[in-house]
Every structure is written in C-alpha cells, then in structure tokens.
Design a protein around this ligand. Structure first.
Ligand code: NAP
Length: 488
C-alpha cells in the first residue's frame, strides 16, 4: 500500500521532536509500509536536499539509541520531500494537489502539525483543491480550540470536508504502551473486573507531573495553561480508560462510545465544588536538581503579571452505579518534584484487622506511564522471621509489591506513543484517537472551571518550583481522609 504523508508544519518543533523520530523508528523497525513518501510543508525557502539536511541535523538532539547511523539516514532520507507552501494562501494548494496527483498514492495523510488558527482555512482549501477524497485522512494535533465553541468550530470545519472516519485526533497519551496495557489488564483479564468498583476501591489518583518549566514555549503556554493543556485532554482520557465499562468489542466506536459515557457521567460542577475541589497554582522561583530556576512569570514569553495556572489539582466523580462516591483526583503541573505520570488505584483496607499492619495500609495498583512504564501491585505480606522469641502473637504485615516492568519484560525497543499512533493512521485504525463528541463533552465539563477562575480575583496559588504544588492540593485530598501517593 503506497502512502503520502503530508506534514504541514514540517519544520516545526513538534515535527522534529516527535513526528520525525517516530517515523524514523517505524522505518528502522521495518513497520513503516514500503512505498511511503513524507512531504514536509512550511513557508521556509527549502528544497528536498536542504530539508533532508535540516532533519538530519535535528536528529542530533534525539537520544543516542534513537539516532540514525549515516547509512540509515540516507535510506530514510529517500522518503523525505519538501514543499514550500503558505497554508493561508489559497493559490498554494494547487501545487500540493499537482504533487499528490502525479503519484496517486493509495492513501494520503494530511498531518496538521501547525497552529490551530490555520486548520479551518487548510480544510476549506484542501477541499477546493479536490484533496478531500475517500482515500484522504487528516491528523489533528491538540489543542483543538481553547473552549467548547472554538473546538466545535474546528470540528465542524473539518467535518464539512471529511467524514469522522477520516479524522484522527491525536491524544498521544492513548498511544503510550502502559495505557494500552491498562485496556489489556481491564478487558483481557478477568482478575480485576469484580474489584473495579465502588465497593472495593477507595479512590483513584491520576498524576501527570513534569519537572520542566515552559522552556521555549512560554507565549503558547501563557495563553493555554495546565487545565487546557493537560486536563481537558490527557488526564480526562486516562480517567475514561480507568472508568469506562467493558466495550462490546475492540473496534474504535465501541471503545469511544464507552469513554463518552464516562465523560457524560462526570458530576457537574456547583459553586461549592468549584471552590473546594479545584486548586490552581503557579510556580514561583525554586530549585530543580540543586540549580535555581526562575518563577513562571519571569520565563521568556510569559506576561510578568500572568494569572495562567501551571498546576491544577481537582476532585472528580463519575455518577453511575460502578463509581458513585469514589473520588477521582487529577493532578498535573510543571516544575514539580519529579517527572512522573502514574495512575494509582487505592483499594479499601481489609474490613476487619486480625494482623498488625501499618496504619491505613491497603492494596493499591499503580500504573506507571512515565518515566518507567509498567504495573505495580502493592500487597501486604508477612516476613520470614521464624525465630521463636521474636515471633509476635499477632503477626505483623509489611507492604510488598509485585512489579511488572514492561521495558524489562518486553524490551525497551517497544513501539513509542507517536510511532504507534502514526502507524495506526497509516493503517486507518481509529481505536486510539479521540472522537469529536468526546472532545466536546470534555470541554463542556472543564468550561465551568474556566468561567469560575475568570471571576476569581485571587488567581493561582504560588508554589515553589521543585515541590508537589500548593499545599491546598494536599489539604483538598486530606479533607476526604486520603493523601497523595507520595505523601503516605
Ligand atoms: P512551531 O515550532 O511554531 O512550528 C510551526 C510550523 O508550522 C513550522 O514548520 C512553520 O514553518 C509552519 N507554519 C507556520 N505558519 C505556516 C503557514 N502559514 N503555512 C505553512 N506552514 C506554516 O510549532 P509546534 O510547536 O511544532 O506546534 C505545532 C502544532 O502542534 C501546534 O498546534 C501545537 O500546539 C501542537 N503541539 C505541539 C507540541 C510540541 O511539543 N511542540 C505538542 C503537542 C501539540 P514556517 O514558519 O517556515 O512556515
């Protein structure tokens, strides 16, 4: 099957940090179907050779094991082409159409790795140029809008020219191997299903913590913030993966129908829950790994008086028979104490204690998403001390854990998130992509938070860079009698 992958924004940060390395890995692994062409598109004055040289140079920033040897790059470079084009100029689309028609590939993928402000024009003009045929697929990157109305406007403009089956909305968290294994754990094994409910689970914690600040993307981040950048998409998709009912099969719409039901079941916000169950923070100067780091407001591109949140912690509930009353805590932020994405499922303690056990000790299942990728099952067990004199009348239990490290078990050369998702786009598999109604429902749920913050003169709470966010985040969870996983 031949394909043309048109990478709009082919010289941008996303293209060279994520998309090109992922395409190269697929090429190296032999999973990229033969007969492919990758066409980088930007306004820069480049030709094929200069584009190839630029991409080659940028592989210097990729981790060593994932860099091509000169021979590998030469072979990969044969796939790379460049088209100079301004997406805002209708007359430029005819040249793209000529280039694509000349070859007539079986599948044409339009990857919009460029500012969302260009999406509507791009879709309209692709249709005018006759490039919205049945063999066209379009890939949309986040952020798809900044609220429900702008999200709908983008989705409507795309759906006017392509059907939903041709639209691949990326949420790269869904491409992570551990998230796919979460589906496997839940729906390929019967062990956890009877336990996966309010009777046995005390609370669930979803943490996506970054050590990095805003780096070179201060201006972008300052108009976005953690709620839009991480909660509306990645964190809610993880919540869906945990909370959804078993789908009737593994097809895209069966999975997406169940995720949509979870989003629709999220308890609506009230003035009281908005005040008590959502904490926003912004990092102040601090230190990371012993080196001082500036406050968010002193970062390049950030408004010195910015009220943008770099941290959010919130408490959600899914109002259905399986989950009613179980808090789902979501926490995400920049310049936190560790780079750590994980989901912790905290089970209820044993109902009646016949052993000595540490206070509050209970089972938990930890799904590690990054930097490690695997599962830990925390149990309580009795040690091996058989000496008569030290044997207590009432045995003491200690926490132990069963550890499944996916890198060790399956090898660290496994398929990364972008590689998996790109191969799925080429194969036309939509399972790991987000449908428009899911996105709209997620926006509908976060919008009251944005509205509440607009009317709140207090603004985000400062936290010292290198910590776990404002103390109010710990206070919020403590009110329910729980603590964040690193605190207890
Ligand atoms: P970027 O570094 O600013 O790159 C933008 C790209 O678009 C460049 O190749 C630029 O090249 C091209 N471009 C801009 N205007 C154009 C026009 N009128 N016609 C044709 N090409 C044009 O941005 P980015 O960080 O890669 O982000 C791209 C998109 O992905 C954004 O929507 C962003 O929010 C999203 N995203 C980025 C990341 C990330 O880590 N970077 C992560 C997730 C999502 P020329 O200026 O030469 O035209």
């Amino acid at each position: 099957m031949s394909f043309d992958l048109v990478l709009f924004g082919g010289t941008g940060d996303l293209a060279w940090r994520k998309i090109m390395p992922a395409l190269f890995q697929a090429f190296r692994h032999g999973t990229l179907p033969p007969g492919g062409r990758i066409i980088g598109v930007a306004r820069d004055d480049l030709d094929n050779d200069r584009y190839r040289a630029l991409i080659h140079k940028r592989f210097d920033d990729v981790e060593l094991a994932k860099r091509p040897s000169p021979e590998e790059f030469d072979r990969f470079a044969a796939l790379l082409h460049f088209l100079r084009m301004d997406l805002s100029r209708p007359q430029d689309y005819a040249r793209l159409a000529d280039m694509l028609h000349e070859r007539g590939a079986d599948t044409v993928i339009m990857y919009l790795a460029t500012a969302p402000a260009l999406f509507t024009t791009a879709c309209e003009q692709l249709a005018v140029a006759g490039l919205n045929t049945a063999n066209t697929r379009i890939v949309l990157e986040k952020p798809l809008g900044h609220d429900l109305a702008s999200n709908r406007a983008i989705n409507d403009s795309v759906r006017r020219v392509l059907s939903e089956k041709q639209i691949f909305r990326i949420d790269h968290y869904l491409g992570k191997p551990s998230v796919q294994n979460l589906f496997a754990l839940r729906f390929g094994n019967s062990l956890f299903e009877p336990l996966w409910r309010r009777e046995t689970i005390a609370n669930i914690q979803i943490t996506i913590a970054e050590e990095l600040g805003v780096e070179k993307r201060g201006a972008f981040y300052d108009s976005t913030g953690a709620l839009r950048d991480m909660v509306q998409n990645h964190a809610l998709q993880l919540l869906c993966a945990i909370g959804m009912e078993p789908p009737i099969n593994a097809h895209a719409d069966a999975i997406r129908d169940e995720k949509l039901k979870v989003l629709r079941s999220l308890t609506p916000w009230t003035p009281a829950t908005l005040a008590q169950h959502v904490i926003r923070g912004q990092y102040a100067a601090g230190s990371m790994a012993g080196a001082p780091v500036p406050a968010y407001r002193d970062e390049p591109g950030v408004d010195p008086g910015s009220g943008t949140e770099t941290f959010v912690a919130l408490r959600a509930e899914i109002a259905n028979w399986r989950w009613a009353g179980v808090p789902f805590y979501i926490r995400t932020g920049k310049r936190l104490a560790g780079r750590d994405a994980r989901i912790v499922v905290n089970f209820r303690p044993a109902p009646h204690a016949i052993f000595n056990a540490p206070a509050g000790a209970a089972n938990k299942l930890v799904i590690n998403l990054q930097p490690r990728d695997g599962l830990e099952l925390h149990l309580l067990a009795q040690g091996q001390d058989n000496r008569q004199s030290s044997r207590p009348s009432n045995p003491t239990l200690a926490p132990v854990q069963l550890d499944l490290d996916f890198d060790k078990r399956f090898g660290s050369e496994r398929v990364g998130a972008y590689e998996r998702l790109l191969l799925d786009v080429i194969d036309g598999r939509l399972n790991l992509f987000v449908r428009s109604d899911e996105q709209e429902e997620a926006w509908r749920w976060v919008e009251p938070i944005m509205e509440y913050w607009r009317g709140d003169p207090v603004g985000p709470r400062p936290y010292v860079a290198g910590t776990w966010g404002p103390s109010a985040s710990s206070a919020m969870i403590a009110r329910d009698g729980f603590c964040w996983s690193e605190e207890c």
